[in-house]
Design a protein around this ligand. Structure first.
Ligand SMILES: O=C(O)C1=C[C@@H](OP(=O)(O)O)[C@@H](O)[C@H](O)C1
Ligand SMILES: C=C(OP(=O)(O)O)C(=O)O
Length: 426
């Protein structure tokens, strides 16, 4: 297995222009496909998760003109439902943002489809989405284990109505349902059961649907109504914001390592909830400055925090390694769904943090990290989880050499992460 040895980095300084947001790139590709007119997306992320969405769209006959070098794509909108009367098998890797929305988009169209992915995708639940689509008349079968991909979808144009969806495991199910709602035969009311997790991702969905011309009535995230007669219309040009989750590694590097780092592409104007990662760093003692389109961070004397991080599940992993350089313990709460992401992130993070010497308590839905003055070198297993590879790189910034196993796993969302980190390392 490949490994990357990171020597201590004495200081970070500089500017990072962020790659496009994964969440926004995959939503934008689907919305541009469903809209009338063609859409030019700029700053599209180039990573595995986006490639899986693009491959699926190609298989489904969607036309686009992709200039990979320029991170720009022009998508020919269908002006309505995807894939009428086709048969196709789609391989979606481990991209939740492709699997969940495409399952919904295909279930409400017409044709026969198989949706599958890598082994971990087959362990990531999708039952709540399937259960929500069933009352509308969607026929979806589980090909291996009940509640999990691969799925066989036999689609027959669906009408609207009222559905319930369980929001307690992943917000992506609700996102999927919201995005396809305007394509149903009638209006749709969605009631959310259970506590809705990862809520800010729903704001990304609603904000982007609005940009493509569809309004959703949001009753306090407990129910949503999408009136019939609305259609997605291309906004013409759409600039994909920088990825706020990817920004977290560089902002934390500055907080830990000294110097000043500015990330460009996210700021106060951002749609992404993960921009609030910078507020957590500020609460820990880092110096943070905001602009509409940038966040700048500098070192502070860091202290541990005890916070509910349900709203920033991805960036919260960066807090877990930042906590190693703070004074006092840090507790990251309400993160049960870390267990159903790229790996069981609660167990994986606890295991790897212990390897470097931290005292860690792994709860059912929380992690408590007690830093140690005596960090030690470790080979960090990454479990095919890009975020574990990226957040453990922060050890080097804190002066502790570290070896990252399978560093190539960052390709899911950030293929050149380690080069970008090197570019600000002094
Ligand atoms: O909608 C999205 O773009 C995402 C939602 C979150 O997932 P959950 O809603 O499953 O927590 C997040 O972790 C994921 O990386 C992207
Ligand atoms: C949870 C993640 O990915 P996915 O979109 O596959 O859910 C992630 O990127 O951290």
């Amino acid at each position: 297995m490949e490994q990357l040895h990171l020597s201590p980095i004495s200081r970070v300084d500089g500017v990072i222009t962020l790659p496009g947001s994964k969440s926004i790139s995959n939503r934008a590709l689907l919305l541009a496909t469903l809209a009338s007119g063609s859409t030019r997306l700029t700053n599209l992320l180039d990573s595995d998760d986006i490639r899986h969405m693009l491959n699926a769209l190609t298989t489904l006959g969607v036309s686009y003109d992709y200039d990979r070098g320029a991170a720009t794509i022009e998508v020919e909108g269908l002006g309505g439902r995807l894939a009428r009367g086709q048969q196709a098998e789609l391989y979606l890797g481990n991209a939740g943002t492709a699997m969940r929305p495409l399952a919904a988009a295909l279930a409400i169209g017409s044709g026969q489809f198989v949706l599958t992915g890598e082994p971990r995708m087959k362990e990531r639940p999708i039952g709540h989405l399937v259960e929500a689509l069933a009352p509308l008349g969607a026929e979806i079968r589980y090909l291996e284990n009940p509640g999990y991909p691969p799925l066989a979808i036999t689609a027959a144009d669906l009408g609207g109505g009222e559905v319930e969806i369980d929001g307690s495991i992943s917000s992506q199910f609700l996102t999927a349902l919201l995005m396809v709602a305007p394509l149903l035969g009638g209006s749709l009311t969605i009631r959310v059961k259970g506590e809705l997790v990862s809520k800010p991702y729903i704001d990304i969905t609603l904000g982007m649907m609005a940009r493509f011309g569809v309004e959703v009535e949001n009753r306090d995230y407990q129910s949503f109504k999408i009136a019939s007669g609305q259609q997605y219309v291309s906004p013409g040009d759409y600039l994909v914001e920088g990825d706020a989750s990817s920004a977290s590694y560089f902002l934390a590097a500055a907080a830990i390592g000294g110097g000043t780092v500015e990330v460009r592409g996210v700021g106060t104007d951002s749609l992404q909830g993960d921009k609030h990662f910078a507020d957590v760093l500020a609460a820990m003692g880092a110096r943070v400055e905001w602009g509409r389109d940038f966040i700048r961070c500098g070192r502070g004397t860091l202290k541990g925090v005890d916070m509910d991080m349900n709203a920033i599940p991805d960036a919260a992993m960066t807090i877990a390694t930042t906590a190693l350089f703070a004074e006092g313990p840090t507790t990251i709460r309400n993160i049960y769904n870390w267990r159903v992401k790229e790996t069981d992130r609660l167990t994986a993070m606890a295991t790897e943090l212990r390897k470097v010497g931290a005292l860690v308590e792994e709860g059912e839905d929380y992690l408590r990290i007690e830093p140690t003055p005596q960090l030690r070198h470790a080979e960090i297993a990454t479990y095919n989880d890009h975020r574990i590879a990226m957040c453990f790189a922060l050890l080097a910034v804190g002066g502790q050499p570290v070896t990252i196993l399978d560093p190539g796993c960052t390709a899911k969302t950030f293929p050149d992460f380690f080069d970008r980190l090197a570019s600000i390392s002094r």
